[in-house]
Design a protein around this ligand. Structure first.
Ligand SMILES: [Zn+2]
Length: 92
């Protein structure tokens, strides 16, 4: 069997090229970046009732917004946070 240094180098080069191509393809497959929904948490200061709703522009923590569906007291924003969207296919 003719086994010389050229064969080894050739094999190594081919292996390296294959590895690089493989890595390139793997890196191109970007993981889907998670999407986030911004939520606002409202709390009734009187009865403690809490509602989570979608964040609206201009809202801030401490802002008085809406009314408690239970006791009709103005509700206060106690938290604003982002939640990862669950990627459910929506059916109409
Ligand atoms: Zn209330």
């Amino acid at each position: 069997m003719n086994f010389n240094i050229d064969t080894i180098i050739y094999t190594l080069i081919i292996t390296t090229i294959v590895m690089v191509i493989y890595l390139y393809i793997e890196l191109r497959k970007k993981p889907q970046k998670p999407e986030y929904d911004t939520k606002t948490l409202l709390k009734c200061p009187k009865c403690g009732y809490q509602i989570e709703k979608n964040y609206e522009l201009g809202e801030f923590i401490g802002m008085i917004k809406g009314k408690c569906p239970k006791c009709n007291t103005p509700m206060k924003i106690i938290a604003i946070y982002a939640v990862e969207k669950t990627l459910k296919p929506r059916k109409t």
